[in-house]
Structures are given as structure tokens and as C-alpha cells.
Write a new protein. Structure first.
Length: 290
């Protein structure tokens, strides 16, 4: 009897435990469903905002990346522009150095060709208000330069003569100066005259007889008559030739022309641009006279 009672108690306890277990499982299932329901509701409410924030963040991130990329590209472009400017300046410097070397070679070659003693010099100053009158060179009396020294270009064209000398510099009066004059002759016919400046780029050839044969294009060179330049240095090319003014009192020569003029009016175009000269050769007057 006691055994049956004990077995019944054990069975009831087992049934009670199973019932409690099923109750707990049911509770957990209901709780999970409730939680899932609440989570679903929250997700339904929050998901649009989350999507908006996500898209906004994506755009901000993309915009920032583009900004950083553009900033980097701008910095690279600035650096490249500075590099281009540097290279352009470098090229200009190299080109000027090349031109300077060419001019120096021309000077050396010219010094070798001419028999007259000469000194290479650099133009260091110009009268900007009167460009066709004077410029200053970096040679002076300590280099053997004297007043009256002739000045020629690197190509052997007459430029002017020295009118003032200091120990370190000299002032050159250009051939285009109206107060400068050079003994000259026409190469083709050997007609002699005097070239002088007219205050501009065009020179004048005076005292050429009206009977002389002179044509446009004739080359004019130094005659050596002035004691400054040796004969044969180029001056310019005849630009135009016109009749000079008739001289009152002279008899007319109908066979030659209706009226008689002693000299021709001759314009000469210089073979060098005195405003662009950078290097010159200075000639010694004493050596020239010898």
C-alpha cells in the first residue's frame, strides 16, 4: 500500500513538472512573438529615417571624397603650373645664354678677321629718351679706350665712336646721332662722301657729287678718310637717291639736266639696329691711324 502511494506521488510530481515545463515554453513563445511584434513595429517606424540617414551619409561621404580629390587635383595643377613657369623661365634663360654665346663667338671671329686692334665690350646703359644718340659700355681708360675710338657691331657694322671716357666706362655717340659723321664710299662705284645721323634710324650720305653713279641698294662702307675707322667696314645700304637743290649762279647743263646741283640727296638704311645692340668692339684710334 505504501509502495502504490509512493509511485502515485512520483507520477503526480512528474506530471506537475511537465505541466510547468509546458507553461514556461508557452510563455517564452508568446514573449518572443510579442518582442518580434514590437521590434517589427519599431523597425517599420525607424526604417525610413534610417534609410534617409544612410543615403545622406553616403552622399556626404561621396561629396567629401570628391572635395578631397578636387583639392588634390587643384594642388597638383598648381604645382604643375609652377613647374611650367619655372621651365619657361629656364628656357628663356638658356635661349638668352645661347644668343649671348653666339654674339661672343661673332666678336671673337670678327677680332680674328680684322687687322685693327679691338676690345670687346658690353652695353650697360642707354639714354632711353634719346635712343639714337648714345649708350654706355663697360670698358674705359684702364682698358686702353680713348676718346675717338671707333665702335663696330659683332657683324662688323659701324655703330659710333667714343666721346667720353672714365676709368671703367665709356660713352658712345651713335652713328645715328646728327652730330656724328663718318667718311664713307659707295662700294660699286667708289664715290666718296660723308655719312651722318639724322636723329632716327635713317642715315644721310652727303657730299656725293651729282655726277656720281649711285642707285638704291648700293652698299656704303667706311672710306678710312676720317682717321677713326679703317676702310671697308659696312655702314648701310642706299635707300633712295634724289637730286640735290640747284646752286644759284651755276650754269645750266641742258645735256645732263635742266638745272645744276652739286650733290645728291642720299638716304642710307643702317645695316644694324643700334637699339638692339648688346655687344660691340672698340677700336683703338692710334692703331687705326697706323
Amino acid at each position: 500500500m505504501k509502495t502504490i502511494s509512493r509511485q502515485a506521488s512520483s507520477l503526480m510530481l512528474l506530471i506537475g513538472l511537465l505541466f510547468g515545463f509546458f507553461v514556461m515554453i508557452s510563455y517564452q513563445v508568446n514573449r518572443a512573438k510579442t518582442a518580434n511584434t514590437v521590434a517589427g513595429a519599431i523597425q517599420t517606424v525607424v526604417s525610413p529615417a534610417h534609410r534617409l540617414i544612410s543615403e545622406l551619409w553616403t552622399r556626404v561621404s561621396s561629396g567629401w571624397s570628391d572635395y578631397v580629390a578636387l583639392t588634390s587635383q587643384a594642388a597638383a595643377a598648381d604645382a604643375l603650373q609652377q613647374r611650367v613657369i619655372y621651365l619657361e623661365r629656364r628656357i628663356m634663360t638658356l635661349e638668352e645664354t645661347s644668343r649671348e654665346n653666339i654674339r661672343l663667338k661673332e666678336l671673337l671671329n670678327l677680332q680674328d678677321r680684322i687687322a685693327t686692334h679691338s676690345i670687346a665690350s658690353q652695353v650697360i646703359g642707354r639714354d632711353m629718351a634719346h635712343g639714337y644718340e648714345t649708350f654706355t659700355v663697360n670698358r674705359g681708360s684702364r682698358d686702353g679706350i680713348e676718346i675717338g675710338s671707333g665702335v663696330i657691331s659683332t657683324t662688323g657694322v659701324v655703330v659710333g665712336r667714343v666721346i667720353q671716357v672714365s676709368p671703367w666706362t665709356a660713352l658712345v655717340q651713335l652713328i645715328t646721332n646728327s652730330r656724328n659723321a663718318v667718311g664713307a664710299k659707295i662700294v660699286r662705284t667708289l664715290a666718296h662722301g660723308v655719312v651722318h645721323g639724322a636723329g632716327g634710324a635713317i642715315l644721310k650720305l652727303d657730299y656725293v657729287t651729282s655726277l656720281a653713279d649711285v642707285k638704291g641698294g648700293d652698299i656704303v662702307v667706311t672710306s678710312g678718310d676720317d682717321g677713326i675707322y679703317p676702310a671697308g667696314f659696312e655702314i648701310g645700304r642706299v635707300l633712295r637717291v634724289t637730286e640735290g637743290a640747284p646752286v644759284p649762279g651755276l650754269p645750266q647743263l641742258p645735256v645732263v639736266r635742266a638745272e645744276t646741283a652739286l650733290f645728291l640727296n642720299i638716304d642710307v638704311d643702317s645695316l644694324t639696329d643700334v637699339l638692339q645692340i648688346g655687344q660691340v668692339l672698340l677700336l683703338s684710334p692710334q692703331m687705326d691711324r697706323e
